[in-house]
Design a protein around this ligand. Structure first.
Ligand SMILES: NC(=O)c1ccc[n+]([C@@H]2O[C@H](COP(=O)([O-])OP(=O)(O)OC[C@H]3O[C@@H](n4cnc5c(N)ncnc54)[C@H](OP(=O)(O)O)[C@@H]3O)[C@@H](O)[C@H]2O)c1
Length: 344
């Protein structure tokens, strides 16, 4: 759809999804481009990040760290934007910023949620490997997972924004890395491009048996991105003193009710206890003050030295954001999912 510079296209939450979101849960609305008041800037969205946590924010309850999006309000999301008008002493027209403009062409900001972007190229990396997902991989793996040389690290959603970085950092730490991903193309990419030692397709049968074959010495670190069937396959294969950073459980985000079948909690508790396993959840927002600077320094170096491959799955056009987001929850993205909202 050709875009008019005087119109702000916004994608609103139209309905709360029952299970898997559908196109009907979103609505595209056209509004006037807002005018910044005193102390405000007008942002033009260039790139919009699409991330799994947005599914939780479509529910009324939201999450422990953010309220649910209200019906009729624009979907929230991290963005790279250009300042196109400013009534703010700190922000100049033309500056490139990281912010939270959400699923829309234009947004106002009072500047408190903005970070100046230096010369990151392409700027969308600030939403991926050099931003929140890369930082999540870094903190979860190094601070909680603490892989040692020779240990075996397993990670699910292995070619995604977080998982691909987890596996590459684990390799840099001298660990053996076994990824789990959806489909043969992703698995081939994990081993041939990302340098993982093995990658298993979770859509194929007998995942637990194939995992045992790929991890003959057991699993020392399981970076949990997925939950569900992946966790069930991993749990019996965790070694004594294994570490399990619990980053996300994307397989459960659409579940309205607990999964059918027997209650597995007693088995989980007994395994954690008897094998002295440390399992720790974390929310990356808690770690910016203490760890972001170290992350940017290490990640910048790894990239410059050619140790890190960051794949982006770029979708062209804001109007395609709902379909791309629905696809993210079905494994259709291949790499960090970003919407190019406008050319720069
Ligand atoms: N704790 C935090 O602060 C924090 C911060 C950022 C992200 N996260 C979490 O990290 C995880 C990865 O996020 P990401 O941004 O890197 O996303 P991503 O991996 O780029 O994309 C999501 C991937 O999850 C997999 N997936 C989706 N539904 C699935 C299902 N039902 N069963 C198995 N796999 C499924 C798919 O990969 P395959 O096709 O390979 O299965 C899909 O491509 C998510 O759980 C997210 O919530 C947590």
């Amino acid at each position: 759809m050709p875009q008019r510079p005087d119109i702000n296209r916004r994608i609103l939450l139209a309905a709360r999804p029952q299970g898997q979101p559908t196109a009907r849960d979103f609505r595209l609305e056209e509004a006037a481009v807002p005018t910044p008041g005193e102390g405000q800037v007008l942002l033009r969205t260039l790139y919009l990040s699409l991330d799994p946590y947005m599914r939780n924010l479509m529910d009324e309850a939201g999450t422990s760290y953010a309220p649910g999006v209200r019906l009729g309000e624009p979907m929230v999301g991290g963005t790279v934007s250009r300042v196109v008008a400013s009534q703010h002493p700190r922000w100049r027209v033309g500056e490139l910023v990281l912010g939270q403009a959400g699923w829309q062409d234009y947004a106002l900001s009072d500047g408190t949620d903005l970070t100046a972007l230096g010369d990151i190229a392409p700027p969308s990396l600030a939403l991926g490997g050099l931003g929140m997902p890369g930082f999540t991989a870094y903190v979860g793996l190094l601070d909680i997972g603490q892989p040692k040389p020779g240990e075996t690290v397993v990670v699910g959603a292995a070619t995604g924004a977080v998982g691909s970085v987890v596996g590459q950092i684990a390799r840099l730490m001298g660990a053996r890395v076994v990824g789990i991903a959806g489909g043969p193309d992703k698995c081939r990419y994990a081993t041939e491009v990302l340098g993982f030692d093995a990658c298993l397709d979770h859509r194929e049968p007998a995942l637990a048996a194939r995992l045992a074959e790929a991890c003959p010495g057991g699993i020392d670190v399981y970076f949990e991105n997925v939950g569900g069937a992946l966790f069930d396959a991993v749990l019996p294969q965790l070694n004594h003193h294994a570490r399990v950073p619990v980053c996300g459980v994307i397989a459960q985000y659409n579940d309205a009710a607990p999964p059918p079948g027997p209650d597995r909690l007693p088995q989980v508790m007994a395994t954690l206890l008897q094998r002295r396993i440390r399992m720790q959840g974390f929310i990356i927002l808690d770690h910016y003050a203490g760890r972001f600077e170290a992350f940017r320094a290490d990640m910048g170096r790894w990239l410059a030295e050619g140790h890190m491959t960051l794949r982006e799955d770029r979708v062209d056009g804001l109007e395609h954001a709902p379909a791309a987001f629905i696809g993210l929850l079905q494994g259709r993205n291949f790499g960090k999912l970003v919407v190019q909202v406008a050319g720069d």
